[in-house]
Design a protein around this ligand. Structure first.
Ligand SMILES: NC(=O)c1ccc[n+]([C@@H]2O[C@H](COP(=O)([O-])OP(=O)(O)OC[C@H]3O[C@@H](n4cnc5c(N)ncnc54)[C@H](O)[C@@H]3O)[C@@H](O)[C@H]2O)c1
Ligand SMILES: N[C@H](CO)Cc1c[nH]c[nH+]1
Ligand SMILES: [Zn+2]
Length: 442
């Protein structure tokens, strides 16, 4: 397969820019082969996830440990991380890394503290009506760590939860391969934020334990956090029993660039996201064939210097490439239809182009607003919807961690007044019990 192909729009619309729900995403042969080895028969990722969920629901902690052993190469001694391990991870964190986590957390906190979250009460339409904002009681935050531990994801989910006032915040992360223990940098990030309930479990088995509960993992009310295809499918599967933030699956980045863009920077930004996952997608939309060629050549040379080259070889050939558009307007229209997790505008006038954008998880304006800075430190959470779900959901934010409660407190006059309409509507619906209760207030 060609690495980072340059395509015309019709070809891209049937490949790179084609939207599929997570259970229809074609997976590379190596993933299918691993599933066949694990389960002894050819299963799709969705079928594998359903089996793991069912097993955890039935067998609880032992199933979580068994899947940890099979998928992550070791079962933890106990699923809950002891508080001393969290304290020790923070104490042993290098000072510069602690400062970087702190700066990131401070900027994310400042950003979310600006998000309005206000209860309100009014007497304007008769009686007292309003909306109370109440935090969700207990949330589970998934922290990805299968191919790389992501302490930044601790900050990006936990800080908005804290700003919303969630009283119980728990974390789950897979162990570093073959150790049965979570990478210390993730534990340190949790400790830095004052989170002390952390479980060693990854993938679908973690989502299952958080949703159904096990003897050692009390269930949560809503599951947050990004993850690979298995995590995303599991979250979608348990939705309804618990809430979920969004389908924040394998990373996607879409860059619209014109001749003003630096090909080496554009290539670096594409590679930065394509290295996340074999299913990650990094796409350039440009009206400039010259830029497309220059970016492709930079992608091919820069990738040789990166340690995750084997992931890149798959992601760059399966779900990444450049698309030649007629002009920037066509690029914007394609981007809106695609609804990418990240949309970067590396063009001469990014604010002007941004006015045409109606659908994306996050928009990054200008070549200095590279997505990597958003991944770590700009302010908005990097947990964003993928797979086109930006058409109907948003990046993780404070509202995700609260619920609204409607408030109705009617005085006798208002009750008498509206009971006439209520009774008439109840008659029309044939619900005479409703009509009778309403007429008693007339
Ligand atoms: N959309 C977002 O906001 C966002 C943010 C950060 C990261 N991400 C994505 O998070 C993901 C991180 O992926 P990761 O794999 O490194 O870590 P991960 O923690 O998401 O997944 C690792 C787990 O997947 C499970 N798993 C792996 N192979 C399996 C198989 N064959 N069958 C069943 N389960 C299996 C294992 O249980 C393992 O513990 C990437 O896709 C990245 O792009 C997305
Ligand atoms: N790009 C990811 C969101 O899709 C977030 C991330 C975390 N660490 C590095 N990057
Ligand atoms: Zn990233």
């Amino acid at each position: 397969m060609t690495l980072f192909p340059i395509l015309d729009v019709p070809t891209a619309q049937t490949s790179l820019l084609l939207r599929r729900p997570p259970d229809e995403i074609p997976v590379p042969p190596a993933v299918s082969q691993r599933l066949a080895e694990l389960f002894g028969e050819a299963l799709t990722p969705a079928q594998a996830v359903q089996r793991i969920l069912r097993d955890v629901r039935t067998r609880g902690d032992q199933a979580v440990r068994d899947w940890g052993q099979r998928l992550d190469g070791a079962a933890p001694d106990s699923l809950r991380v002891p508080p001393e391990e969290l304290r020790q991870a923070l104490a042993e964190l290098p000072a510069d890394l602690r400062a970087a986590l702190q700066e990131s957390a401070d900027r994310v906190r400042t950003f979310y503290q600006r998000q309005p979250l206000t209860s309100w009460i009014t007497n304007a339409s008769g009686g007292t009506l309003g909306q109370w904002v109440r935090p969700i009681r207990r949330v589970g935050l998934y922290v990805p760590a299968g191919t790389a531990p992501l302490p930044s994801s601790v900050i990006m989910s936990a800080v908005p939860a804290q700003v919303a006032g969630v009283p119980e915040i728990v974390l789950a992360a897979p162990p570093a391969r073959g150790t049965g223990r979570i990478a210390p940098v993730i534990l340190a990030a949790a400790a830095l934020l004052g989170i002390d309930e952390v479980y060693v479990m990854g993938g679908a088995q973690a989502v299952a334990a958080l949703a159904y509960g096990t003897p050692s993992v009390p269930p949560v009310d809503k599951i947050f956090g990004p993850g690979n295809l298995f995590v995303t499918l599991a979250k979608r599967e348990v939705y309804g029993l618990v809430g979920i933030d969004s389908l924040a699956g394998p990373t996607e980045t879409l860059i619209i660039a014109d001749d003003s863009a630096r090909p080496d920077w554009v290539a670096a930004d594409l590679l930065a996201q394509a290295e996340h996952d074999v299913l990650a997608s990094a796409v350039l939309l440009t009206p400039s064939p010259r830029l497309a060629e220059a970016v492709r050549s930079q992608v091919l040379s820069q990738m040789q210097t990166l340690s995750r080259i084997s992931i890149l070889q798959t992601s760059l050939s399966q779900s990444s490439g450049a698309v030649l558009t007629r002009d920037l307007d066509e690029a914007a229209a394609l981007a809106n239809a695609f609804g990418a997790e990240h949309l970067c505008l590396s063009v001469a006038d990014p604010w002007r182009l941004a006015e045409k954008i109606t659908c994306a998880g996050g928009v990054f304006l200008g070549e200095h607003s590279c997505e990597v800075l958003g991944d770590y430190a700009a302010g908005p959470s990097h947990v964003m919807p993928t797979g086109g779900s930006a058409r109907f959901s948003s990046p993780v934010n404070v509202w995700d961690f609260v619920k609204l409660i409607s408030l109705v407190a009617l005085d006798p006059q208002t009750a008498a007044q509206i009971s006439r309409s209520a009774a008439r509507l109840a008659d029309a619906e044939g619900l005479d019990g409703h009509a009778a209760a309403a007429r008693m207030r007339q």
